[in-house]
Ligand binder design. Structure first.
Ligand code: MLT
Length: 422
């Protein structure tokens, strides 16, 4: 049963790690020894790719962008510097950064016709749906930057996306709360202006809280890339058909929409609120998770690639503590989150399953302290992930070896059946 008929001969069927073959060989070990068994369900998966952008060692809990450890970038760089690094491959000099920021400032405004586009959405539309539609619509308004093989077009679509997505994201929020949209103010920094457009109101001075701006900048850095995750592989797959950057990124936004990917921090926040609402008994909650009672699940723990602490989670946890301490805003949900982590990390059940907090575990606490509604959490993830999507798309387009993506499908349905009319 472990053999798959294949034109090149008989190949082993993809089986899960740890599965015992009839001869009693652990398949996980066999993979390392002979390379004959793919653990990937789509054996010989053609969506696999090489990249020079992000390095992850999930066993050691290491994450690097272009060779720089995430911890160092989080401490020493701004989000725009990290965006430059991801997209162009090098940390910028002061002159390069000033030029990049200047270009972005020239493109923060949306086409006036796009306002009518926003008007057409129902007020209760999820801001992520508005974001993906608006990003897709950029292809209609900016037809001078759609050619993936023209350097100037690629550069213009890169700049336009980086500049306009914060404007679109804050418009999506304003739309959902029925407030008028605010025009960008290019005297402010990237994150600062996004906060003003999101939380400010017309004709009133809005003072950006530097603690909020710093924390959001950090969160964007931590979300900026994570190699072949669901949304990034979508951007690459769509882009491999030579679709333009706006269309490819809009597909990535949609891939991020789901609760298992970008929506995960929203699920964590809902779980923490539920524990709080029902009396805050964390031990009882953990017991339920272990006994799989009432379909209770521990959200924000475990990660497909990290079998160790997600390095981003450690940085987010610290930022959450700092933000709440500086704002003198105790949050019972943060206390519940930390208690949950403490109990889980001391429990053999979670340790043996290598279930550690991931990046989504503490992010919602910070977003909430800043005043973002839960529906905006995924949009914030998209804002942070944007330079990663752009960098991955550009790397793929620039590689002459890129082929049209076509992940393998293993047919497991009925074999040929005689046609019998009903
Ligand atoms: C991400 O940052 O994209 C998430 O951790 C999900 C992933 O990497 O698969």
């Amino acid at each position: 049963e472990f053999l798959l008929k294949h034109p090149k001969g008989e190949l082993p069927l993809p089986v899960r790690e740890g599965t015992e073959t009839p001869s009693g060989i652990d398949v996980g070990g066999l993979l390392k020894e002979t390379g004959h068994v793919a653990l990937d369900h789509g054996f010989m998966n053609t969506a696999a790719c090489e990249s020079k952008i992000t390095f992850i060692d999930g066993d050691e809990g290491i994450l690097r962008y272009r060779g720089y450890p995430i911890e160092e970038l989080a401490e020493k760089s701004t989000f725009l510097e990290v965006s430059y690094l991801l997209i162009y491959g090098e940390l910028p000099t002061a002159a390069q950064q000033a030029e990049f920021n200047g270009k972005l400032r020239m493109h923060t405004l949306l086409h006036e016709e796009m306002r009518r586009f926003f008007d057409g959405f129902p007020r209760d539309a999820h801001p992520m749906a508005v974001l993906s539609s608006a990003v897709s619509a950029l292809s209609t308004f900016y037809q001078d930057s759609l050619d993936p093989f023209d350097r100037d077009h690629v550069e213009m679509s890169t700049v336009r996306l980086m500049a306009k997505v914060p404007t679109i994201a804050s418009y999506a929020h304003k739309k959902s709360i029925g407030q008028p949209l605010l025009y960008p103010d290019n005297r402010l920094g990237y994150v600062e202006d996004f906060l003003r457009m999101t939380f400010g109101v017309p004709a009133q001075e809005y003072e950006v809280d530097p603690v909020h701006a710093k924390a959001l900048d950090l969160l964007f850095i931590l979300h900026a890339d994570h190699e072949q995750n669901c949304s990034t592989s979508t951007v690459r797959l769509v882009g491999s058909s030579q679709a333009n950057l706006f269309a490819s990124v809009s597909a990535g936004v949609n891939a991020l929409f789901g609760p298992l990917h970008g929506g995960a921090n929203q699920s964590v926040q809902e779980m923490l609120s539920e524990i709080h609402r029902t009396g805050g008994d964390v031990e009882a909650f953990v017991r339920k998770v272990k006994n799989k009672e009432d379909g209770v699940r521990l959200m924000g723990f475990g990660h497909r690639v990290y079998k160790n602490y997600d390095p981003r989670a450690a940085l987010v946890k610290k930022a959450a503590q700092d933000v709440l301490a500086k704002l003198h805003k105790p949050d019972p949900l943060l206390d519940i989150a930390m208690r949950l982590e403490e109990i889980a990390l001391a429990d053999e059940y979670f340790v043996s399953r290598k279930l550690y907090p991931n990046v989504d575990f503490y992010t919602g606490v910070i977003y909430k302290a800043m005043g973002f509604p839960t529906k905006m959490f995924t949009v914030l993830f998209a804002l942070g992930r944007l330079p990663g999507w752009i960098a991955q798309w550009r790397e793929m387009i620039e590689d002459p070896a890129t082929k049209l993506g076509r992940p393998r499908q293993v047919y497991v349905g009925a074999s040929r059946r005689p046609y019998t009319p009903i």
